[in-house]
Each structure stands twice: as structure tokens, then as C-alpha cells.
Write a protein that binds this ligand. Structure first.
Ligand code: URA
Ligand code: CA
Length: 441
């Protein structure tokens, strides 16, 4: 007979729990046998005492098994999934999916909606007229087999333990715990059924992890969980102090993704996508050498193959692919307003968090769960940290649908930027690459 207060006490006193004890807690909580107040006390004990890699893996596996687990075995080859820990204007998935599919990587991607001030790929894709984000399991698998990639909203029954635990963490100040974040993310990845996983752990003003050290620890924990659960995981630690690329918003990020695939996009977004894509090709066993894989992907951008693949993915999910050639077919905002610099200067700082909040206020994200997204609104930056602007040049353009919201956004965007007359160093984007070997070394 397991006595829940004893398990809470054990963790409170810093003693490790066994896999069976953790399984008992997760199962009991999901089935409603263990009440919120006991689980909340347990989560707070984890927050203060942490968990070993073995405990975190046991937690992850118990959570992953709490609902449906995808079976991708009918798709031939090694399936690779990619996940970002969440950030502002993280347009990566929209570029990466067609890019790697054009090079033969099979991707069965389950994606989420926006969370807090961070955007969600599913919301972005719904800017495209007709695009279906709820595929049946058969449609999903068939599209991966025929087109090479498919993307669908997470099914309701994927990791119910995470839904329940996340809601409890949200109201008990226990979100910012590395074992709890790692198990939340990895349980969903394991239930998603891919063979190998590429993780992008972001840190900075616009991310859950505020410092490099925390992000590094989270990355290592997830690589280790993957290993203990029998899946190869490669994790990157990347900057999220300033937004990724230039566009923040749903339709605006569809345009941004198309521009990268047309060889016109912002360099930092392109660099990250080519690098991640190369990692996915190597993980999938399609290419051995990272540099060679990057060359293949650069070529598929230059020759238009990746853009064509994006159109195929859109068409296969009932969307209108011609939006990529004619952006006016995407939702348009009533107001478009540019903010300009009044002298020659360099961009010194761009606060991703403030811009993320601003985009949500404009309607690009949800303030309450029931809120409807406005796909047309957002912000497009005129440059990034270190870029030089000439007098009269725009440093940001705001897309809004009401005059009041535009006025608020103008103040918030102004407050998000700092300028300097002296040259400013550009920011590093990729900080670390974590593999099992790099942890053990
Ligand atoms: N993303 C998740 O899926 N879970 C967390 O706990 C934090 C970020
Ligand atoms: Ca972006």
C-alpha cells in the first residue's frame, strides 16, 4: 500500500523516489485518485529538491504513457522530430519542415498553439485560407508518406498527464523547474512517436529560461532522458533575447518563412534552419556529414525545391498554396504604421519579451484561452542588434486592426528598442550543441 504523504515527505527531504512510486503518483493524479493539494505539494517539493536524471526519466515515461502514443512504424525510414522550448517569432518550423522534406527527411510533426506570449505554429498555419490543422491519424500518416511532411495540432489525448500537471503548475508557481519542464516537453516528444529528436532550447528575455546556464542544464537533462528512454536526442542552446528573424505575427511569419525559402529571408533565421535541417538529415541517416548536409539544403533553397515542397505540404492539407506567390491573399490588417529613426544609428537592444507582449495585445496571441487570434496583425522589425539604420529608416512596422491598439503598440515598440551612435556588436545566435557524448566527456 502506497501512502501519498510519505512520497511527498520523501521528496521534501531530498530522497529519490523509485520509478514505481513516480508511476503511482502520475497515474493516481490523472485518474483523479490523488487530489490537487497533494500533487501541488509534491510539485513544490520537486521545485526545491530537484530530481535525478533517473527520476526525471521515470516521470517522463509515466507521463508519456498516460494517453495515446503515436505509432509511426508504417512510415518507412528514421522519423525525426524537432521541438523548440518556445520563443518570440520563432518561425523555424515553418521553414524547416519543407526544407528537410525537400531533402528526403520524413517529418510527422505535431505542433501546438501559442502559449503565453510565445507564438504557436498551428496558429500561424491557420492564416493560410483552407489549411487544415486537424488531420485524422490516417490523413497525417498518408501525407507524411506521400509528401514527406505533415503537421497537425496535438490530439486531445496526447499526454493528458501533462495537460493536468501543467495547469496545476501554472497556478502553484512550479512552472520554472528543470525536471518539470524537461518531463513536460519530453513526454510529448516520446508520445509523438519519432525515432530521433532535435531540440532547440532557447534562453533570454523572450524564453522560459532566462540564463544560458539554466538553458544548458535543461538541454542536458532532455538529452539524458532521451538516452535513458532509448531515443537519440541532439539539443541546441540558442539566443532568444531578441526575436528570431524579423517578423512577429501569424500571417507575417508565413510571409517570412516563404521569403527565407525564396532566398530573401533574414540571415539569422536562415542560418538556424539550415543548421537544424542538416542535423535532422544526419539524425535520419540521409547524410553523414553536417557540412555536406548544409550544402544540400542551401542548394534546395537556391533552386526552389524547398519552396515547392512548402506548396505541396499546404496543398495536401487543403490550403491555398498560391498565398506564397501573392501575399495579398493572406489576412491583411487595416493599419500599417512604420516607426523611423531620426538620425543615423545602430540598434543596441531589441527586447523580445516586450515585443511578444505587444504582439499578443495587437491580437496575434491569446490573453485568455477563449480569445480568437487575429492572423493579420503583428510587428516586422527593420533590423536586429548591431544593424545600422539611416536617418528616416524604419526600425519597426506595426500591423494593427484598431486605432487604440495601434497607439498602444507604438508606445510598446518604442519602449522595446534601444539605439546607439557607436557601432554595436551583432549577437551570437547558436551557443551550444549538446549530445550524449558532450555530456559524458
Ligand atoms: N513547454 C512545455 O511544453 N512545457 C513546459 O513546462 C515549458 C515549456
Ligand atoms: Ca520570425
Amino acid at each position: 500500500m502506497v501512502f501519498v504523504p510519505e512520497l511527498i515527505q520523501k521528496k521534501r527531504d531530498g530522497i529519490s523516489l523509485t520509478a514505481e512510486e513516480i508511476e503511482y503518483l502520475v497515474n493516481g493524479y490523472v485518474r483523479g485518485i490523488i487530489p490537487d493539494y497533494q500533487m501541488a505539494a509534491f510539485l513544490m517539493a520537486v521545485y526545491f529538491k530537484g530530481m535525478s536524471y533517473e527520476e526525471t526519466t521515470a516521470l517522463t515515461l509515466s507521463m508519456a504513457r498516460s494517453g495515446e502514443v503515436m505509432d509511426l512504424s508504417s512510415i518507412e525510414g528514421i522519423k525525426v522530430d524537432k521541438h523548440s522550448s518556445g520563443g518570440i517569432a520563432d518561425t523555424t518550423t515553418l521553414v524547416l519542415l519543407p526544407l528537410v522534406a525537400s531533402a528526403g527527411v520524413k517529418v510527422a510533426k505535431m505542433a501546438g498553439r501559442g502559449l503565453g506570449y510565445t507564438g504557436g505554429t498551428i496558429d500561424k498555419l491557420e492564416s493560410i485560407p483552407g489549411f487544415k490543422t486537424q488531420l485524422t491519424k490516417d490523413e497525417f500518416l498518408k501525407n507524411v508518406m506521400t509528401v514527406g511532411a505533415a503537421i497537425t495540432a496535438q490530439s486531445e489525448n496526447l499526454v493528458p498527464a501533462d495537460k493536468k500537471l501543467y495547469a496545476l503548475r501554472d497556478v502553484t508557481a512550479t512552472v520554472e523547474s528543470i525536471p518539470l519542464i524537461a518531463s513536460s516537453i519530453m513526454s510529448k516528444k516520446l508520445a509523438g512517436g519519432a525515432d530521433k529528436i532535435l531540440l532547440d532550447v532557447k534562453f533570454g528575455k523572450g524564453a522560459f529560461m532566462k540564463t544560458y546556464e539554466e538553458a544548458l542544464e535543461l538541454a542536458k537533462t532532455m538529452v539524458k532522458i532521451g538516452y535513458l528512454a532509448g531515443k537519440e536526442v541532439v539539443a541546441y542552446v540558442t539566443d532568444m533575447d531578441q526575436p528570431l528573424g524579423l517578423a512577429i505575427g501569424n500571417a507575417l511569419e508565413i510571409i517570412e518563412a516563404a521569403e527565407v525559402l525564396k532566398n530573401n529571408g533574414h540571415q539569422d533565421l536562415r542560418e538556424l534552419c539550415v543548421r537544424f535541417g542538416a542535423e535532422m538529415m544526419v539524425l535520419a541517416g540521409i547524410e553523414k556529414n553536417l557540412i555536406k548536409a548544409q550544402h544540400v539544403l542551401e542548394e534546395n533553397i537556391d533552386n526552389g525545391d524547398a519552396l515547392t515542397k512548402f506548396k505541396e505540404i499546404i496543398e495536401a492539407q487543403s490550403g491555398d498554396p498560391s498565398v506564397l506567390d501573392d501575399y495579398t491573399k493572406l489576412p491583411q490588417s487595416t493599419f500599417v504604421h512604420s516607426l523611423v529613426v531620426d538620425e543615423d544609428c545602430y540598434i543596441k537592444d531589441v527586447d523580445a519579451f516586450k515585443l511578444g507582449v505587444c504582439a499578443v495585445r495587437l491580437g496575434a496571441g491569446r490573453e485568455k484561452k477563449e480569445d480568437k487570434i487575429d492572423h493579420s496583425v503583428g510587428i516586422v522589425l527593420g533590423g536586429k542588434v548591431g544593424d545600422k539604420l539611416k536617418e528616416g529608416q524604419a526600425y519597426a512596422t506595426i500591423y494593427a486592426n484598431s486605432y487604440e491598439k495601434l497607439e498602444d503598440a507604438i508606445n510598446m515598440v518604442k519602449d522595446s528598442f534601444q539605439f546607439s551612435k557607436l557601432p554595436v556588436q551583432k549577437k551570437k545566435l547558436i551557443y551550444a550543441r549538446i549530445t550524449l557524448e558532450s555530456i559524458e566527456a
